[in-house]
Write a protein that binds this ligand. Sequence first.
Ligand code: UDP
Ligand code: MG
Length: 331
Amino acid sequence: MRKAPVLYIVIPCYNEETVLPVTAPMFLKKIQELITKGEIAPASRIMFVNDGSTDNTWNIIYDLSESDEHYIGISQSRNRGHQNAVLAGLMESQESGICDITISIDCDGQDDINAMDEMVKQYRNGYEVVYGVRNKRETDTFFKRFTAQTFYKLLNWMGAEVIYNHADYRLISCRVLKELAEFKEVNIYLRGLVPLVGFRSTQVYYERHERLAGKSHYPLSKMLGLALDGITSLSIKPIRMIAGVGTIVSFMSFLLIIWILVQFFRGEVVQGWASTCAIMCLVCGIQLICTGIIGEYVGKIYMETKARPRYIISDRTYEKRDDDEEDKSIV
Ligand code: UDP
Ligand code: MG
């Protein structure tokens, strides 16, 4: 069995002033319990990532960090979205140099924190990645459950490997994070990226509860955006499908041309206005959809070539250990 690791719990927070005071003590209790049991090292921390909140979230995080040394926080220079916030926290943990493992979890208390015990145990048994998988979706509304399940199925069908019913509650060792840091893409979809990094992985099952306070930041429009991002950053199957559709339409057009020629030689060309219009409309529609899908990929390439930073940390509740500075002082 591996020695007790230093754990960093990474928690993205965006306008969570109502829920943070409720869940922060729960995380602290959990980390203290794990330290007392000898499952994790005393240097373990709870890292809040403020994702450019416009409410009091960052002040709350700051106050928490002063109340107990286990709480630390970083703040993004603006809102960049959940995935980037998690990535910022994971990379910051990995760069700390002392962290052995990270667990990312939402701050709204929906994911059962007791699953962390099992996650850490699995790490100590030799696994590098432990996925938290929901065993029930009863607390979600029917609509959310249906869209989420359709999304998972669609992603897998499109050739992107994602774990069914797994969101962003997972343990990743810093060894894996070091490799993940080499995945330089700007359009990040962690659920699809982490399995691509590889290493030994396993799953831990947990129940998902209601949000303890506040409201979800994922309305339908954002969920659709995430779905589209997930598919187009992990798979090129839609472009292949376009080629398939193109082949079928071309074949049908070929048959149609033969029919048109036959009609022409029989002298019945005036008729058929309706069919011509219908076919034109259909083909125009298909072409526009196809152009749109290709456009989506071109847009992705455009964003990737800019290679903008994926996150910018503007504040920390602590001083970052800077290796370069140490080197400079020696010189
Ligand atoms: N979140 C974030 N940036 C955003 C939106 C959300 O960091 O732009 C955080 C949010 O504070 C929460 C987590 O991501 O900790 C999940 O968000 P939410 O609970 O709203 O999503 P849901 O659970 O409804 O899918
Ligand atoms: Mg939530």
